[in-house]
Ligand binder design. Structure first.
Ligand code: GTP
Ligand code: MG
Length: 370
């Protein structure tokens, strides 16, 4: 029996076993066995695939990936929002490669990747789907793109990404494990756990830990526990947009909203657009910006004044020290202190050190050693 068959078999058994206290331990074993087999399969495939695949170099201040089925309008959107020219077509699979484009919004350069239409089973390595999908792993934000008549595709997109170990809209599990040389497995937890200690220890042992300290800072499920023990999971936030709204009557919107709600998507948080008619694109750009959690810092340069055109774009929560590190070179070596004006400052030109946390639209002047 091949690995893929074994995986199918375990998945089937999990699906057919009702989850309750008496089956919990068994399911725990099955799930960790499954994780292990998937890991092995992935290694086999990446080993024999001859490398290469699709890798897109990261450029700009952040990267977002457009994910959707063929013909939902990904290339059309890329073309209308960025400098890219991606081929569009009325037939499926027009785009076969990953096309990057650069979106400039609020002074930030945001790289957008047009990921070829997801095919069913892409994540299991059929065709080139899996390699193509893998570029999504490097994204800072995923945009799920749905056509207004095919909202149900959302489910499939979620599954495909889950299968390549992307966890969408999840925080990383608050699970830390420290291997040691003796004394078996010890579990400490800051909260009540639903899982039995026995189940947790079994999962740990199945993942190859014989002696280890496990610390849990959340009430973990079996899946979250396994994710927390694995190093190859990516946790990426997402937004959803619904395209081709120019094709529906206003009265049909309620039906679409209902289909979104069935998938736990709040219609208010979904962006309705027409890539072709260029409707809703500003709202989408704002949503992208909001969800990337970036801030703009305007540099006050000696002799040149404040650069309002090209701010330094960094993650929110960035300190002066980290910003200076990003600027690198001279700035880093000769840094003495900084003067900040704007939202994070108590007064104009406040003198601050490296620990000061920046906020969106701050003006920053670096005072350097001679
Ligand atoms: N009516 C309407 N048609 C659109 C819209 N956006 C895209 N289309 C059309 O839908 C078809 C597919 O668009 P593409 O942008 O090529 O779709 P894609 O998602 O890149 O497709 P693949 O590259 O095959 O994965 C084209 O004929 C577009 O003209 C829209 O907002 N409204
Ligand atoms: Mg395309």
């Amino acid at each position: 029996m091949g690995l893929e068959d074994e995986i199918d078999e375990i998945e089937e058994e999990i699906a057919n076993t009702p989850y309750n206290k008496s089956t919990e331990a068994h399911i725990g074993r099955l799930k960790s066995k499954l994780a292990e087999k998937k890991e092995k399969l992935e290694k086999q495939q990446s080993g024999s695939g001859g490398g290469g695949g699709y890798s897109v170099e990261k450029h700009g201040d952040a990267t977002v990936a457009l994910v959707g089925f063929p013909s939902v309008g990904k290339s059309s959107l890329l073309n209308s929002m960025t400098n890219a020219e991606s081929e569009t077509g009325s037939y499926e699979f027009t785009t076969l490669d990953v096309n990057p484009g650069m979106l400039n919004h609020r002074g930030a350069n945001i790289q957008m990747l047009d990921v070829p239409g997801l095919i069913e089973g892409a994540a299991s390595g059929k065709g080139d789907g899996k390699q193509v999908l893998a570029v999504v792993r490097n994204a800072d934000l995923i945009i799920f793109m749905l056509s207004v008549f095919e909202i149900e595709q959302y489910d499939r997109l979620q599954e495909e990404l889950y299968d390549i170990n992307i966890r969408v809209d999840q925080e990383p599990p608050r699970v830390t494990v420290r291997p040691k040389i003796k004394d078996g497995i010890k579990i400490t937890s800051s909260t009540e756990q639903d899982l039995d200690e026995e189940t947790i220890s079994d999962v740990l042992r199945d993942q190859g830990y014989v002696n280890a300290d496990l610390n849990l800072q959340e009430n973990v499920s079996i899946d979250r526990l396994i994710d927390g023990l694995m190093e190859n999971r990516e946790y990426i936030p997402s937004i959803t947009c619904v395209n081709k709204v120019d094709l529906i009557e206003p009265s049909y919107k309620e039906t679409v909203d209902e289909q979104l709600r069935e998938r736990d998507l709040d219609p208010e948080e979904v962006t309705f657009i027409s890539a072709e008619k260029e409707k809703g694109l500003d709202a989408l750009k704002d949503r992208i910006w909001d969800n990337l959690d970036l801030i703009r810092v305007y540099m006050d340069k000696p002799g040149r004044g404040i650069d309002w055109e090209e701010p330094l774009v960094v993650e929110s929560g960035t300190t002066i020290g980290e910003a200076v590190e990003k600027l690198g070179g001279e700035m880093e070596e000769r840094f003495r202190f900084a003067r900040v004006s704007g939202p994070s400052a108590t007064h104009d030109q406040q003198q601050v050190g490296k620990d000061h946390v920046l906020e969106d639209e701050d003006v920053l002047k670096l005072i350097l050693r001679r």
